[in-house]
Design a binder for this molecule. Structure first.
Ligand code: NAG
Ligand code: NAG
Length: 262
């Protein structure tokens, strides 16, 4: 019996310890709000030929990737409350807006997979502050910030518009945001077929939800916070589909056949 009791006490102390250490590790200093560019997300997703995309209805609109709590000089915390899984019912009232503005571009993924991922990985950590302490508040805040800090408009204001041909530099995107909002963003690229594409633009907030400069997590030690190669051109693409190689070949074959049969 004593043995069982001490076992129970040991278990209990483990629990208390785990809880304490978890709470400590789950602390964070600022939030990263990430908007991503659907045409680039789709190009990356469609590198696998069986994949397809769901694009937002509104043309040229950026969509939300997530709101991510972060510690100074490090990443995360992540997955702060493993018992708090995503419940679609909690966001039913805003689901239509979420589908348009925080939708899953990757069609072959399940409808809720992006929201479930963002909630369990980041939302459960963000929930330690009152304004974000439940699913509905977390996702509503994302929609609110997208409306207030619409990347399409911020870039438009600086004369930056999507184009499959034109090449921009990381500094162009940085300057557009810095000029409009007064704070430094993070500009993220992704390589597709050896070319740099504009992927995400992140802006940062203090724990009291005021805009602040993002932290130089990439340690580039330049004024711009970016993972893009600063000297290389960046495509901010209009179309989500690169022209399919087999279509070009088919076209060639058809014109050749036509010539041949004439
Ligand atoms: C994190 O960085 C911000 C801005 O530099 C600073 O105000 C804050 O005190 C830092 N927090 C911690 C816990 O170091
Ligand atoms: C963890 O999630 C549960 C819901 O599953 C919630 O009741 C509890 O308050 C959460 N704990 C913390 C520390 O947020």
């Amino acid at each position: 019996m004593w043995r069982n009791l001490s076992y129970a006490i040991f278990l209990l102390s483990c629990f208390t310890y785990a809880e304490l250490s978890d709470t400590k590790n789950n602390e964070w200093d600022f939030l990263i709000f990430t908007q991503h560019w659907p045409a680039t997300i789709c190009r990356i997703w469609m590198e696998k030929p069986t994949h397809s995309c769901i694009m937002p209805h509104e043309q040229n609109s950026w969509t939300i990737h997530g709101i991510w709590p972060n510690k100074n000089h490090s990443m995360g915390p992540f997955f702060c409350n493993k018992t708090w899984s995503f419940d679609p019912d909690q966001v039913k009232s805003i689901e239509t807006d979420l589908e348009e503005s925080w939708g899953n571009i990757e069609k072959e993924q399940s409808l809720y997979s992006l929201w479930a991922h963002e909630w369990t990985k980041h939302g459960t950590c963000a929930a330690s502050i009152e304004p974000l302490n439940c699913e509905l508040k977390y996702f509503t805040k994302g929609l609110e910030w997208l409306k207030k800090y619409t990347m399409k408009n911020i870039l438009n204001n600086a004369g930056i518009t999507p184009s499959d041909m034109k090449e921009y530099k990381a500094i162009d995107f940085h300057n557009a945001v810095k000029t409009k909002l007064g704070f430094k963003p993070m500009v993220e690229c992704h390589k597709v077929d050896g070319k740099q594409f504009l992927f995400e633009i992140r802006i940062c907030f203090s724990k009291s939800l005021e805009l602040i400069d993002c932290e130089d997590t990439h340690m580039t030690n330049t004024d711009i916070i970016t993972n893009c190669k600063p000297t290389e051109g960046i495509i901010y693409p209009v179309t989500e589909k690169p022209p399919k190689r087999y279509l070009i070949q088919l076209h060639r074959l058809l014109s050749w056949l036509r010539w041949f049969t004439v």
